[in-house]
Design a protein around this ligand. Structure first.
Ligand code: ZN
Length: 64
């Protein structure tokens, strides 16, 4: 787990970020079931994680 430094000057949190999955796996499976290619594209675009500051909730950016 990487360590982040919050860019919010009022927060300045330093530590591990809160991690959330992007997109919905359920919706991806649904698209894959109905239309194979859009489902695959959905997973390609939506895979990865978002990182948030656990103190102030600021989004750090997206990493795949
Ligand atoms: Zn913060």
């Amino acid at each position: 787990m990487k360590t982040i430094i919050c860019p919010n000057p009022n927060c300045g949190y330093r530590g591990t970020p809160r991690r959330e999955a992007r997109g919905s796996a359920l919706l991806g499976c649904f698209l894959m079931f109905l239309f194979l290619l859009p489902g695959i594209f959905y997973f390609m675009l939506k895979s990865g994680w978002r990182y948030y500051c656990p103190r102030c909730g600021l989004q750090m950016g997206v990493q795949n």
